[in-house]
Ligand binder design. Structure first.
Ligand code: ADP
Ligand code: MG
Length: 528
């Protein structure tokens, strides 16, 4: 990324003057990439480490957009703590130094609310507040928030960690929908992606991450998974990243055999390699992997020692290695000969501590990633199909086919859009058939469109209330509470609806869960 000067931005001279006054010379990477996008009014998800200038990255576009003559709140920044609110307010004020009619106000708990209300009414345009206090002001309706055109969630990961999710959702749901929503965070765990999906409009993701790997050309991710979900998560990653050759590591021979069976059952070309296999068998497997007949090699550490294949695109630690050094050996199977590689590690429960040791040992940035949803998988498939279309449209003479479509359109009274959509459905269909095999097709459960109705074997008699069901589902599966649909409580059982795309995640998450101390069973409902 080449450097970029602030003066290259199309912003008010007053802001440029303030920036010069603050002694900033050039933009930090997150600023250089985020500010131009924000100035266009696009929603942004910005990820960069602490101390990289994220405050100015959202404050400059806010100041550019503000109408200094309008004495009403026009922008709101939500921060996790009072200290941060004050800090951000200071920085915004410095940037607004030459815009004297712009008023910035930090609002946080512990401060006299009546005084805050007076200041707000006196024409504050930029509010910087903690979630609880902002909600207080909204509830009191003493100040109108109708003119807020920009909302920033600063340190979003921190806010979620502190349990502010519901408050944030309440705030966002009460602010004009045509607002610009900016989210900044040092990390991007799954709940943030959820928030983004729910409350931002076509956000552009901007990530600036330092390279600090001992093995610089290997991107390393980890996923917190439940043991039962490992196979499904692996499949989704294989579908999304689509590595040509990958090596999957298990800690035991039994693990290798079981995973090979599962992958083959799901339609992947996978073979196993472990110490109990005869040499001739191992040679056969390796040959098939080398010439690409087998895409996925599932192996134990010992068996993998002999693998001398240069173009492995991805390594999966299906089981986290017991030994830190093994991690380095394992991921060193990819990213060879100047190529880039990817390493994906699955972490179950307390293994996060083991992962921490591994990170320390190899000074590697192993980044937490949300488990891709089925929607992500579908989006990737659609993207790939569209990519292929490009080459047809650009390189081939399609006249003949255009004529055929024209005939169809005229004859059947379809639109060309209908026909294109039908082709996409048909092309996607084969891939999605595999999803259905995986049990993600719940059929008709009698739920609302787009939802799946689940049956739970507890009800009013057990003292269950809707909040318990909602809490258990949101808490266990990590989906947001407002995604949960209708909850029907009966004496001995309960029906609850969840969105189709997360239904299998919810079912997986609800295995072995107790509500009010009672072990429960959850399954898709049968249509009556
Ligand atoms: P973050 O929110 O990413 O943790 P801050 O916005 O608090 O980071 O910025 C950290 C420090 O860097 C602040 O003192 C800020 O004034 C300074 N800073 C921000 N942008 C620049 C820049 N372009 N050049 C020099 N210093 C900057
Ligand atoms: Mg910050």
């Amino acid at each position: 990324m080449e450097s970029m000067q602030f003066k290259e931005l199309d912003i008010r001279p007053e802001i440029l003057k303030a920036i010069a006054n603050m002694g900033f010379e050039e933009m930090t990477p997150i600023q250089a990439r985020a500010i131009p996008v924000e100035l266009e009014g696009v929603d942004v998800v910005g990820q960069a480490q602490t101390g990289t200038g994220k405050t100015a990255a959202f404050a400059i576009p806010i100041l550019q957009k503000i109408d200094p003559k309008l004495k009403k709140p026009q922008a709101m920044v939500i921060c996790p703590t009072r200290e941060l609110a004050i800090q951000v307010a200071d920085e915004v004020r410095k940037l607004a130094k030459y815009m004297p009619s712009v008023k910035v106000l930090p609002i946080y708990g512990g401060q006299e609310i009546s005084k805050q209300i007076r200041s707000l009414k006196a024409g504050t345009q930029i509010i910087i507040g903690t979630p609880g206090r902002v909600m207080d002001h909204m509830r009191r309706k003493t100040v109108k928030f109708d003119d807020i055109a920009t909302v920033v969630l600063d340190e979003a990961d921190e806010m979620l960690d502190m349990g502010f999710r519901e408050d944030i959702e309440t705030i966002l749901s009460q602010i004009r929908e045509d607002r610009q929503t900016l989210l900044f965070s040092a990390t991007m765990p799954a709940p943030i992606m959820d928030l983004t999906r729910e409350y931002q409009r076509d956000p552009q993701t901007i990530r600036v991450v330092r390279k600090e790997l001992t093995v610089p050309n290997i991107t390393q991710y980890y996923y917190e998974v439940r043991p039962k979900n490992k196979g499904e998560v692996l499949s989704r990653l294989l579908d999304i990243y689509d590595p040509k050759l990958s090596v999957v590591f298990c800690n035991t021979k039994k693990g290798v055999d079981e995973l090979v069976q599962e992958l083959q059952g799901r339609g992947y070309f996978a073979e196993g390699l472990h110490g109990d296999m005869k040499q001739t068998m191992r040679d056969r497997v390796m040959k098939s992997f080398r010439n690409g007949k087998t895409d996925i090699l599932v192996a134990t550490d010992v068996a993998a020692r002999g693998i001398d294949v240069d173009d492995v695109d991805a390594v999966f630690n299906y089981d986290l290695p017991q030994d830190e050094e093994y991690y380095v050996h394992r991921i060193g199977r990819t990213g060879r000969a100047g190529k880039t590689g990817m390493a994906f590690s699955f972490v179950v429960g307390r293994e996060v501590y083991k992962l921490r040791d591994i990170r320390r040992y190899c000074k590697a940035k192993i980044k937490a990633q949300p488990i891709p949803s089925l929607n992500d998988v579908r989006e990737t498939r659609v993207e790939k199909i569209f990519d292929r279309l490009d080459s047809y449209i650009e390189d081939q003479d399609l006249d003949r086919y255009v004529k055929m479509i024209e005939e169809l359109v005229n004859e059947k009274d379809y639109t060309a859009m209908d026909v294109a959509a039908a082709f996409l459905a048909e092309t996607l269909g084969s891939a999605e058939g595999r999803d259905a095999q995986r049990g993600n097709d719940f059929g008709d459960t009698g739920a609302e469109a787009g939802m799946v109705r689940l049956f739970m074997n507890i009800g009013k008699r057990q003292g269950i209330r809707p909040g318990d069901v909602l809490g258990a589902i949101a808490g266990e599966s990590g989906i947001s509470g407002n995604m949960v649909g209708t909850i029907d409580l009966y004496d001995k059982y309960t029906f609850v609806e969840v969105p189709r795309e997360v239904a299998s995640d919810v079912l997986d998450a609800m295995k072995n869960v107790k509500i009010k101390g009672k072990a429960i069973n959850v399954e898709p409902a049968n249509k009556k």
